[in-house]
Design a protein around this ligand. Sequence first.
Ligand code: NAD
Length: 511
Amino acid sequence: MKTTAGLADLALGALRRLGVDRERIEGLADGQPPRPTLAARSPITGGELCGVRADDADAVAAAVTAASEAFGVWRETPAPVRGALVKRLGELLVEHQEDLAALVSIEAGKIHSEALGEVQEMIDICDFAVGLSRQLYGRTMPSERAGHRLQETWQPLGVVGVISAFNFPVAVWSWNTAVALVCGDPVVWKPSELTPLCALGCDALLQRAMREREAPAGLHAVVLGAREVGEALVDDARVALVSATGSTRMGREVGPRVAARFGRSLLELGGNNAVIVTPSADLEQAVSSIVFGAAGTAGQRCTSTRRLLVHASVADEVVAKVTRGFASLPAGDPFEDGVLLGPLVNEAAYEAMQAALEQARGVGGEVIGGERIDVGADGFWVRPALVRLPAQTGPMLTETFAPILYVVTYQDFDEALALHNCVPQGLSSGLFSNDVREAERYLGPSGADTGIANVNAGTSGAEIGGAFGGEKETGGGRESGSDAWRAYMRRATNTINYSAAVQLAQGVAFG
Ligand code: NAD
């Protein structure tokens, strides 16, 4: 297992290769450490890797000023030329996939293949956005007036403020930034205070691409710090769109503040994702999807499987197999081949998990697993917990950001759907069934009420081609593929009169 000093060396090496500004990092800068500082830590050891220069409200205002100036140039730059910048970013991500993935493992504790996968997602969204840069289509509609044409055009919106969570420290930035850039918008990014090094690595690559493609300075900035830095971004009226990813608690604060100044917000918040297993399901397929969904990333994905709604006739078999799956997952150094369980992000996450398990016991839950595992490091590794509950109640109704899978049984499909939809969150869900009627009902108007609803696929591991996001307390935002780009643009309806007459709509006569 690596020590804090070993992890710091690894991180500083990656930051050097990524071209991060030496002044921002203690250990890279010559002379005095930068002040004020934010400590960069690793969940692997809990230790401090280095200090990072933090920003304050003045620095946020300066970044937004520079971004607003860049907007004047960028919105007039043809979209396919904007796409060329994103294409270059994608190339640099391919070149530095290992460096960024190492930072993701160091700061978020993800196992190496998941960290590489996260950077792959960045490369994929760059490809998507480059294509999009030639497809920002508007519609043409028939006008009711002779000699008139009616059309819709999409224009750049303005500065986009991105606030992101620790658990996808690089991908969420890229979903927003690749799309915002081709749409003509500058970006100011406030990453999680738990993952500043990942953010500096991404910014360094984009700054290099910007220099090479002669994009205006100020088009992108990263501002580091805790929630006060995010609040400064949220309250700046020059930020046209705040795209905020994180807990529902955060969204409850950010949404009304942005609305109060008539800004636009895109909220990607917590999930409480369920899998339904029916009697006709392929149980092997269901079980491996559930184990990955619940235990992958140590249960720290917004799309992690947290609830299992299983038909009573197959419940014991499914529970036995999932329990065996949880018990056999190798835990240890996220960099080591074969390890599938990395650490929780910090001690607070461990405490929250234990509190949820205690609460579950209090409402009659039978808990299997959930204990801390000693892997020879000071971080918090846990055995994923399976909790059988007599009813969907207590902690099962909230998101605990840890590997806990609550299980309840159902008798008929209507009951399963009702259980599925009666939580406040609405991000992702999966149905395992080979009954076409069940599958179609689940996808239909009275089916799953989540933004992502899968059949014979688990809740976790979305592709960038589809729009990503969820309903209810998940916030209603959509990012990434499909037509999510529209949130980053201003829509204008245009009427063009090419006749010599003045004609009013609806046949109104006026003098
Ligand atoms: P968090 O809410 O603690 O922090 C997220 C970000 O918001 C951080 O950058 C933080 O500094 C900032 N922030 C917090 N309060 C703020 C405020 N009042 N104003 C402005 N900024 C503020 O979340 P976390 O612990 O980093 O991440 C885990 C949570 O994120 C989980 O709930 C998870 O489901 C959610 N998440 C959702 C998605 C999604 O797409 N729906 C994706 C990833 C994570």
